[in-house]
Design a protein around this ligand. Sequence first.
Ligand code: ATP
Length: 248
Amino acid sequence: MFEATGLMVFYENMLALNNVSLNCDRNKIIGVFGANSAGKSTLMYCLSGIVLDIRKKEEMAGGERITIRGKILFEGKDVMWEKPANRAKAGIILCPERRRIFPESTVLENLRIGGYLATAQQAKDTLDYVMEIFPALKRLTNRLGGFLSGGEQQMLAIGRSLMAQPRLLLLDEPLLGLSPAIQYLLAKSIKNIRDQRGTSIIVSEQYARPIMPIIDYGYILENGAAVVEGTKSELMDNPDVKAAYFGT
Ligand code: ATP
């Protein structure tokens, strides 16, 4: 369904993504694990197309030169050079790192903004679904985004992405900075989204423990390269992966 091959990104001469290939089948959850600066966000920017916008902005500002290479097939179509808006229309939706909700809009307004591509009926049904999967948001619909806790903001960010009707949802470090209890709760919700809606999901995290139980297949990124890949059990049985990503 989604097949990325040989992705490379250079920020000037710095190789941030080194020949990364990654697949995601329908109805699967794929994990991407890596330390700070391993290239997780750059990979997500590549998959969503945002890297093209960043390159364009840098070019217009006379800033650094960004070089991009690779191929991305989504449902049989090559989307590698499609703008992020076109990829979003096709169903590839990025929920970026550090949430990026609109702090001065209410929860409901944030969600409605996410649904701008949806039909009225889809928006209504998805709003009901977001409230069902994140009941904590239900009593907060009129609260400003900026006054939510970190966990609530992350629920809102994922809810807003769901409003855009993803077929492939890209979650960049959704658990960052949250307490362990909230991390496990959110990981369960992410799995529920796949189970209940059939949404394919690629999720990146620095720390594997809360996310590993919900993935089908995963990749370990180091210095921009995918150095290990495998099923959940293959990764969990790998002593190097355990030592580096499980804190054991
Ligand atoms: P983190 O967990 O800290 O967000 P990450 O795994 O998401 O890290 P990236 O943000 O993709 O990693 O960064 C990969 C490398 O590319 C880092 O060395 C980073 O400093 C560099 N980098 C990222 N964005 C740019 C940019 N716009 N210009 C120059 N270098 C960049």
